[in-house]
Design a binder for this molecule. Structure first.
Ligand SMILES: *Cc1c(COP(=O)(O)O)cnc(C)c1O
Length: 429
């Protein structure tokens, strides 16, 4: 009676296996990485590329505040304030106005994922890398993408938009990039919203490089969906990215035939956490980015305190001072049409015979100041200089110009015209 020899052996083997495994699991089998464990020591740098921009000190200090629970009334009330200030910054009454958890790409993806359904025709304005990425993103969400292409440095006209919509009847959405940070263009918006609306399409706008720095009025300009980021124009840390969706976009979201393909970015659910859906109780969806929301609150408080008109003029004035200085030095701006030039990110042509990297490395090593190279269609051809948020001040413009002048002298560029004493003339409002 009982177990055969084979069965007894199997039980013994199992017993040994279990105990050996437990013993193994209590043992560290991979050594500690050989990395310094002293507190972080970050070199102070002035970040004046296309982003991240140096943050306002007042915003940085929010990262040492204690955490709150993501459903604590005190935190929900901070979220409410963020929402009110976002509406002001976007110039909108849209209820669905909130911060998406993640960098600008997360808000970009949320805009696409929520409003585009498989089979939708989507027109994307491509005049730089951000349009390119939007094409890719829309394709991933099943759209039939009709890119509208222009050379780097050019912007779309009302006629371009009209022609694209006429050529593509039944278009569901048209997407443009307000500030193309890869090429330095500012897309004019006036009139475009009305044209897109008359074709019953949604107008989606990338404002990652413009919100609160460049004039934008979401409601007046009839833009249905706008997204942004926190670490460029708003001068905060990356992580909580503004998004607003108007009634036409929300109607599309609520009447979708298919579920939003991203759970994390489903604005039906995220909207409930932000309390934007009438009659729906606030509910946990994913843990709010507590500290990033503190930072965004602080950034938006700075915008509100300063006032949008003042912030817009401050950026315009500093950008113009920079452009003037660069041209006086003998450099050429990549975007020749001054009206289509983005104040927040300036693209400067790298002169023939100059190695762009040598210049930016010199400026970084000597001044701890960041100037970036080109990206996508402008790679190797330009430097990109950011004037955003905390950096949009006379002292920063002056420092940028004199550091560049020094670097160009260092690389022995023969075209250099010294700026002399009048580095920055008028920069105070
Ligand atoms: C930086 C940028 C993005 C992407 O933002 P991340 O915060 O890097 O994800 C999107 N669009 C534009 C125009 C940008 O400049």
């Amino acid at each position: 009676m009982g177990l055969t020899k084979r069965m007894r052996m199997a039980i013994v083997a199992l017993w040994i296996g279990m105990h050996v495994q437990v013993a193994m699991m209590e043992k560290v089998t991979k050594p500690k990485p050989d990395i310094s464990t002293s507190p972080l020591d970050i070199p102070p740098r002035v970040l004046m590329g296309p982003g991240p921009s140096s943050a306002y000190p007042r915003i940085l200090s929010t990262s040492s505040l204690p955490l709150l629970g993501h459903m604590h009334p005190e935190f929900l009330s901070i979220m409410d304030n963020v929402q009110s200030w976002l509406k002001y910054s976007f110039q909108t009454d849209n209820k669905l106005t909130l911060a998406v958890s993640g960098s600008g790409h997360a808000a970009m993806e949320a805009a696409v994922a929520n409003t585009i359904e498989p089979g939708d025709i989507v027109i994307v304005g491509v005049n730089g890398i951000w349009g390119e990425r939007l094409v890719d993103m829309c394709e991933r969400y099943g759209a039939i993408v009709r890119p509208m292409r222009l050379e780097a440095g050019q912007v779309f006209s009302q006629l371009d938009v009209m022609a694209a919509l006429q050529a593509n009847p039944g278009t569901a959405a048209l997407i443009l990039v307000h500030g193309e940070s890869s090429t330095g263009t500012l897309q004019p918006l006036d009139g475009i919203g009305r044209i897109v609306r008359s074709h019953r399409a949604l107008f989606i706008l990338d404002a990652v490089c413009t919100l609160a720095c460049v004039p934008l009025n979401v409601d007046e300009q009839m833009i249905d969906v706008v997204y942004s980021g926190s670490q460029k124009c708003l001068g905060a840390m990356p992580g909580a990215s503004p998004l607003t969706m108007g009634p036409r976009a929300v109607a599309k979201l609520q009447n979708r035939k298919t579920k939003v393909r991203s759970y994390y970015l489903d604005m039906n659910l995220v909207g409930n956490y932000w309390g934007v859906n009438e009659g729906q109780p606030r509910a946990y969806h994913h843990t709010g980015l507590i500290t990033n929301i503190y930072a965004l609150r602080e950034a938006l408080a700075i915008v509100a305190k300063e006032g949008l008109e003042y912030a817009w003029s401050r950026h315009e004035l500093q950008a113009k001072a920079l452009w003037e200085g660069l041209q006086k030095m003998g450099l050429e701006l990549f975007v020749t049409n001054a009206k289509a030039r983005l104040p927040t990110v300036t693209t400067v042509k790298v002169p023939a015979g100059v190695d762009w990297k040598e210049v930016s490395t010199y400026v970084m090593e000597k001044y701890s100041l960041e100037i970036s190279g080109g990206l996508g269609p402008t790679a190797g051809q330009v430097w990109r200089i950011g004037i955003m948020g905390h950096n949009a001040r006379p002292g920063n413009v002056a420092m940028m110009l004199s550091a560049l002048e020094d670097a160009l002298r260092h690389v022995k560029w023969t075209g250099l015209k010294p700026l002399g004493k009048t580095v920055v003339e008028k920069t105070e409002l």
